[in-house]
Design a protein around this ligand. Structure first.
Ligand code: HEM
Length: 407
């Protein structure tokens, strides 16, 4: 039987479930503020009340939790090490190709921008697959959102920043295997994080109060934390939050993106097969890292088959009579589902390979992915992405400093 408090805890454990000190201190790692990021009201962005203060609190709470810990030798790499606050358990980093596809002629002026400008151009890419939960010592069979973070190499174009990860020619696409994100107000994020961090009745009560008043957030949390999967290589992943395609001068639109597995030869989408509810207890009897093992088996170097994905862009649906987006709020609220169609713009091919050596696992750990590692033509939009601009860079820097590793 699941204890009620552990059920509540697991519901809220999407971002950060490491034990945290009750008296958290803000580490001196912050370099940027959300107020430094330009808001584009024309495209539909708007600043949230108290956004900057809420972001400071989020960063302070997460930053205080980053420390060298965890001696679990079944992790890759094993501890002790300061890991990511979110998505700390990797199933592996794999090499891939990212080849640009032709799009329907009527969409070229909208979608052939940035990385997607030149059909048939092929980039190298590195993809990190992960579990979302902040506790790396969790069995893969437990319900959780899973991450697919794609780093495309050799990308040219004006950059968003000087490269959050120090690189000057990469474009990251960071995704989870659910179409929606569970926070639509930055002020809600702190009670959620504190509700996880502080094991007090007050913290839990504040958390419950936020969620009772927000059925959409509660629904997304419940959906994401009940995802069970068989193999990270055969899931669909979504950006959850919006991005720009193009720039003001080339014509910018708000879009979301997704990647889904396809047959490498025909390009036909493969069905996503997930375990049934009654099959989950059996998964719990498998190896603690069975998702890594599934990836190793699927990609075994003597195997003939690559794994392929289509990378697709979703345009915002519009009201035909006004020509305006269906829901004006949807850019700032990632709990609202977009109905627009997805258009394939790139084919990802993951060839058979060995990715599980100690060296490769250490390199995987030391990588940094962020929606802000990239070019201006794929600028992240909306409040969640503005918070991520501040948080990802600071947290990545802090864990690299603690581990004495280069970024
Ligand atoms: C305010 C909202 C969010 C916060 C505060 C947050 C926080 C974080 C942090 C601190 C990391 C680790 C960064 C590092 O040390 O390199 C991370 C990683 C990650 N986040 Fe988020 N996140 C948020 C929203 C999202 C959303 C909307 C997605 C959606 C798709 C997402 C997907 C991921 C993934 C896949 C990783 C792992 C990247 C990797 O493999 O290195 N996060 N997040």
């Amino acid at each position: 039987m699941i204890h009620k408090s552990s059920l509540i805890l697991s519901l809220f454990c999407i971002i950060g479930c490491k034990p945290r000190a009750a008296n958290q201190q803000s580490a001196n790692v912050k370099e940027i503020k959300t107020s430094d990021i330009e808001i584009d009201s024309e495209i539909g962005e708007s600043l949230h009340n108290n956004e900057a203060a809420a972001t400071d609190q989020i960063l302070a709470a997460i930053s205080a939790s980053i420390k060298i810990e965890d001696k679990n030798n079944s992790l890759h790499p094993p501890g002790p090490i300061a890991r990511r606050d979110a998505h700390p358990k990797a199933h592996g980093c794999v090499d891939a190709k990212f080849k640009i596809l032709k799009v329907e002629p009527q969409l070229t002026s909208i979608l052939q921008k940035g990385v997607f400008s030149n059909p048939d151009q092929e980039f190298d890419a590195t993809i990190r697959f992960s579990n979302g939960n902040g506790n790396p010592n969790r069995h893969d069979a437990r319900g959780d959102g899973r991450g697919m973070a794609v780093k495309v190499h050799g990308v040219s174009g004006a950059r968003l920043t000087n490269g959050d990860d120090g690189a000057t020619d990469t474009q990251d696409f960071v995704m989870i295997n659910h179409p929606l994100f569970f926070v639509n107000d930055p002020e809600h994020y702190v009670p959620i994080v504190k509700g996880i961090a502080e094991d007090t009745v007050e913290a839990k009560a504040r958390l419950a109060k936020i969620l009772i008043g927000n059925p959409r957030e509660t629904k997304v949390i419940a959906e994401i934390t009940s995802i069970h999967i068989l193999n990270p290589l055969f899931e669909q992943y979504w950006s959850e939050v919006p991005y720009q395609i193009g720039t003001k001068s080339s014509g910018a639109k708000a879009v979301k993106f997704s990647s889904f597995p396809v047959n490498c030869k025909t390009g036909v989408a493969l069905p996503i097969v997930r375990p049934k509810f009654f099959e989950v207890p059996k998964l719990l009897t498998k190896d603690f890292n069975y998702l890594r093992n599934e990836m190793i088996n699927t990609l075994k170097p003597d195997g003939k088959n690559s794994v392929c994905y289509d990378f697709a862009i979703q345009l915002r649906s519009t009201n035909p009579s006004t020509g305006k987006p269906e829901d004006e709020k949807d850019l700032e609220d990632p709990t609202i589902l977009w109905n627009g169609q997805f258009h394939s713009v790139a084919r990802i091919t993951i060839p058979p390979q060995q990715f599980n050596s100690d060296d490769q696992n250490l390199q995987c750990e030391n990588r940094s992915y962020s929606p802000w590692n990239g070019i201006a033509e794929h600028k992240p939009l909306g409040v969640v992405n503005r918070i991520r601009k501040v948080v990802y860079q600071a947290i990545s820097k802090k864990r690299h400093q603690l581990n004495g590793s280069a970024r």
